[in-house]
Design a protein. Structure first.
Length: 85
């Protein structure tokens, strides 16, 4: 199988790439989680629900941006490959 087959059949999911342990991104993710836990401990049930809704919307927005960036990169690389051939 080639990379396009893997992408098509769902064997590769660029969205789910984990940050390597000890990386700057992993440290930032841990810090965000710690702060969110501290914040949620101070919120009422209604405020927690609103915060979770905001987090879900932000995750959807991030996912859409990542998809668009992936498409842009794929198209750019395709154009580049056409120029080289």
């Amino acid at each position: 199988m080639n990379i396009l087959d893997d992408l098509y059949f769902g064997n590769i999911n660029p969205n789910c790439k984990m940050a390597p342990p000890g990386s700057k991104l992993r440290k930032i993710q841990a810090l965000v989680m710690q702060n969110e836990e501290k914040l949620c401990a101070t919120l009422s049930s209604e405020q927690k629900e609103l915060f979770e809704k905001c987090q879900d919307i932000r995750a959807d927005m991030t996912s859409l941006r990542e998809r668009e960036s992936f498409e842009d990169g794929f198209c750019l690389n395709f154009k580049r490959m056409r120029k080289l051939s």
